[in-house]
Design a protein around this ligand. Structure first.
Ligand code: FE2
Ligand code: FE2
Length: 447
């Protein structure tokens, strides 16, 4: 799926900032400065998501929302509304009109990326998310029963307990997609309940919402430290709770899916390792180097995960190459070389059928491309070589140079860097990625 995001905002600074953040997280942002321009672009570009500022110079954000939601070609596009005010009535109106989520300015990197990722993730798994099991820890009978009633009405399965002790016991089973707790419980302080839940969790990914009448900043900070994901003030706004529940169950689903996929990928990496004894831990190391370089270059969230998976799988196609050729100590002849080259395409074919791995499969296909066009299999050049491919390519090359091979011993790190720098002057590598590598050398020592 194309990860196109349309940003409608009249503030140029915001357009630039959000565009930049999204690009780094692996999305392709399109921008519009007015409401009409935004509607136009939405129809033309069919983005996977729209970020809509509620205050626009020509028509209001709510009008844009309404127009997009009534037009046949744009009505299914999820919209996240952006507001500059923390208590904006228009936000709640937008939510009632069907906006997917909202954010309040100033938007942080993590927050924006996480919300955008949730939209794309939940689109890929339409229909799921609700019916999820929720644990409610609330001592007040009135609050507990009205909460449970609402949640059941939205399709969740609810388990309601009244004390912190029972809550911790239930939560430790790991069977809940979201935990909702009152900050003031009769037996244990809410923050301590959260801390204990976090300490018993296996994956540490259960989203926790704390309902509180305390709204002081200090309390919130204490709460975030203990592991609360979202605070909601009592009395609870049902509209807001519903939105938060929806995104948190998706978040839980996303973390779980990524965790499971990563486990499967490490099984495959182990298999490559066993079959291909000449390059110990090569794939794992390329994955780690790719992530380190990506972070230095400002890649975020999903983008880092992509780099990790692509690195871990980049040479999976070697499983389909004759083992005698791969382990041959001397130089390869032309026919043997032609065989080895095919590992990129084999790799792509092995991975491509996995749901959600199309982008990773493409990086695997291209991990031997160079920006001067001298690589394979498609002789891509310049901009055709994506940032991810550039990063994985450098990670792969550096790891290979600094490891023993059947046909030569390992180069020292300075020698390896010297070789890569010379090749960069010849136009093969991206100087920006090589600079990131140079800055990361110490970190790479410990892999
Ligand atoms: Fe390779
Ligand atoms: Fe490799």
């Amino acid at each position: 799926m194309e990860r196109k995001v349309l940003i409608i905002d009249d503030d140029e600074e915001s357009l630039r900032l959000y565009g930049d953040i999204l690009r780094r997280a692996g999305y392709s942002p399109k921008t519009a400065g007015t409401g009409w321009e935004g509607i136009d672009l939405a129809v033309k570009e069919q983005p996977g998501l729209i970020l809509l500022d509620l205050r626009l110079p020509d028509i209001t954000g709510l009008t844009v929302l309404e127009t997009l939601h009534t037009a046949l070609s744009t009505k299914a596009i999820p919209i996240i509304v952006v507001s500059a005010l923390s208590n904006d009535d228009n936000v709640m109106k937008a939510m009632q009109m069907g906006a997917f989520d909202y954010v309040v300015k100033p938007i942080t990197y993590d927050d924006l990326v996480r919300r955008v990722e949730l939209v794309f993730f939940s689109r890929e798994r339409q229909g799921e998310g609700e019916r999820a099991p929720v644990l409610v820890i609330e001592d007040s009978t009135a609050d507990g029963s009205s909460l449970s009633e609402q949640l059941v009405g939205w399709g969740y399965t609810v388990k309601w307990v009244r004390t912190g002790t029972e809550g911790i016991e239930q939560a430790s089973s790991g069977n809940y997609d979201v935990v909702l707790l009152d900050g003031l419980l009769p037996d244990i302080n809410g923050f301590d309940v959260v801390k204990q839940i976090r300490s018993t969790e296996r994956l540490g990914i259960t989203p926790i919402i704390m309902l509180t009448v305390l709204s002081g900043l200090v309390d919130k900070l204490k709460g975030f430290e203990s592991g609360v994901d979202v605070f909601l003030n009592k009395p609870v706004s049902w509209e807001e709770l519903r939105v938060r529940m929806r995104s948190l169950t998706h978040l839980r689903g996303m973390s779980k899916q990524r965790f499971q996929l990563s486990e499967v990928v490490s099984v495959i990496t182990n298999a490559i390792e066993l079959a291909e004894t000449t390059e110990p831990r090569h794939n794992q190391k390329v994955a780690s180097i790719g992530v380190i370089l990506g972070k230095r270059l400002g890649v975020l969230g999903h983008g880092l995960w992509i780099l990790e998976m692509a690195g871990a799988l980049h040479d999976v196609g070697k499983l389909a190459i004759d083992h005698r050729i791969l382990t041959k100590p001397g130089k390869l002849d032309a026919a043997e070389w032609a065989e080895v080259v095919r590992h990129s395409e084999f790799g792509e074919r092995i991975i491509k059928p996995v749901h959600g791995f199309a982008e990773i499969a493409e990086i695997v296909r291209h991990h031997h491309e160079k920006i001067d066009g001298s690589g394979y299999p498609d002789n891509l050049r310049g901009d055709e070589v994506s940032m991810y491919v550039r990063i994985v390519g450098v990670a792969d090359s550096y790891e290979a140079l600094t490891s023993d091979r059947p046909y030569r011993p390992a180069f020292a790190r300075d020698e390896a860097l010297g070789i890569l720098r010379k090749e960069t002057e010849e136009g093969r590598w991206d100087p920006v990625v090589i600079a990131a590598l140079t800055e990361s050398l110490d970190e790479l020592e410990h892999l």
